[in-house]
Design a binder for this molecule. Structure first.
Ligand code: C6P
Length: 429
């Protein structure tokens, strides 16, 4: 039996649930039955999980896939001739093909498995960046970035005597393209932007941004952490040069993530970490590097996690990213209508093109109090700066409450959220 067969979705309940979930039209109740955690109660109330931008819950096929690896085929990869190692290796490497298809990358060799988006951005900053950015050069980001797409570039600029340039946002939380364009100069060596803002929900016009940077021969890195779970992503259509995302936000395990990069750029980049698997040969005098993608995958990776990420990709693909996007767009529109009709609520982030992230404040109530009261109602939202402190500074708020939706959320849960917000206002005003 080949490893592909051993990792086929288990027959029975989970598989039939998935079949039910996959049929048209979008059947959110069937989808919900795939996620065991959604049936638990919190403080005696049904869980309303609206913290999907932080991390997503896991469907049965993902849980089954990880367990299946450890129960039947687990061994270290790329190292053994014994059957378990071969099966684990085949299953692990097969996920590259799934990621390639998910983001329509030209070649599976361009898919590098990492711990997450953070590690992916750091890899590019420390390899491409260190090699290509020098004193007096510039790195361009935008004002809506997550700290993961700020700090690695700041560290690089500090080391190299380069300058970090920041394309501003407007009051809606959009990046106007004319100011972005004006900041791309002969000194710019790389630009790095979020596809979807985790704090505001803004969807950036990546194709246009790529055209702008490419007009000056500058590569564009896209932080896709919030996009890949929410909308169809096609890196060739977007025209970017690097694309990063995290497995745990796309219904897969934490500790897994992906960097896609154009082969020509990745080939020219030096390796990042040294260790097992990333070498071709080692002597004390000289080491030569392995081919792509292994050159960037030093050490034993999260083997079962990556294989389960493959199950997560199968899951979202079977539902259809276009249908997930439509479902979440409906939730966002409904939630926006419900929440902004409540007096004293201020929405932070009102871009014309938004994904299903709703940040808000309530006049006179600290966001942490909002989060605490909502939690007592069983509603999980994130409160704080969302690892995007410059966004909070721009809107002159210390923090926001953020409801972020996923493929299993319902309009009924939006009603519960609106009721919870009214309850907060009753308690504090
Ligand atoms: N945002 C949130 O609650 P990691 O931690 O590496 O998986 O992802 C980092 C990251 C990078 N970019 C964006 C746009 C993100 O949203 C995140 C993670 C979570 O918003 C946790 S801080």
């Amino acid at each position: 039996m080949s490893s592909a067969e051993t990792l086929a979705p288990p027959a029975g309940a989970a598989a039939s649930r998935r079949t039910a979930a996959a049929r048209s039209p979008y059947d959110v109740e069937a989808v919900r039955r795939d996620f065991p955690i959604l049936s638990r109660r919190v403080h005696g109330k049904p869980l309303v999980y609206l913290d999907n931008a932080a991390t997503t819950q896991k469907p049965v096929p993902v849980l089954d896939a990880e367990r299946d690896v450890y129960e039947r085929i687990y061994a270290n990869i790329h190292r053994g001739v014994h059957l378990l190692s071969v099966e684990s290796t085949d299953a692990y490497d097969a996920v590259r093909g799934k990621v390639r298809a998910l983001v329509n990358a030209p070649d599976a060799r361009e898919i590098i498995f990492l711990r997450g988006t953070t590690e992916a951005v750091n890899l590019v900053a420390q390899t491409y960046g260190r090699r290509n950015v020098g004193p007096g050069d510039e790195v361009l980001i935008t004002a809506l970035e997550h700290h993961s797409n700020i700090v690695p570039w700041q560290m690089l600029c500090e080391e190299k005597g380069a300058t970090l340039r920041v394309a501003p946002i407007n009051q809606k939380g959009e990046v106007p393209l004319d100011t972005f364009r004006a900041l791309v100069t002969d000194r710019t060596k790389i630009a790095a932007v979020a596809h979807v803002s985790n704090a505001l929900g803004t969807v950036n016009p990546i194709r246009e941004m790529a055209d702008i940077t490419h007009a000056r021969g500058i590569p564009l890195l896209v932080d896709g952490a919030q996009a890949v779970p929410r909308l169809p992503v096609d890196v060739q259509e977007l025209g970017c040069d690097f694309y990063a995302f995290s497995g745990h936000k796309v219904y897969g395990p934490s500790g897994t993530g992906v960097l896609w990069g154009r082969a020509a750029l990745l080939e020219a980049m030096p390796p990042w970490q040294g260790g097992g698997d990333m070498i071709s040969s080692v002597t004390f005098e000289k080491t030569t590097w392995n081919v792509l993608p292994y050159k960037f995958e030093a050490g034993t990776p999260n083997i079962a996690g990556v294989i389960a990420l493959g199950a997560a990709i199968d899951y979202v693909t079977s539902l259809g990213l276009d249908r997930i996007e439509a479902h979440e767009d409906d939730l966002l529109a409904y939630a926006t209508e419900c929440v902004q009709s409540i007096p004293d609520v201020r929405l932070i982030g009102t871009a014309a093109k938004k994904a299903a992230v709703l940040s808000f404040t309530i006049e006179g109530v600290h966001p942490h109090d909002i989060g605490t009261v909502l939690d007592r109602e069983g509603i999980a939202v994130r409160t704080g700066h969302h690892c995007a402190q410059p966004v909070m500074d721009f809107f002159r708020v210390p923090a926001t409450a953020r409801a972020s939706f996923g493929l299993y959320n319902t309009r009924q849960e939006v009603d519960v959220l609106a009721g919870g917000i009214r309850q907060v206002i009753r308690m504090f005003r």
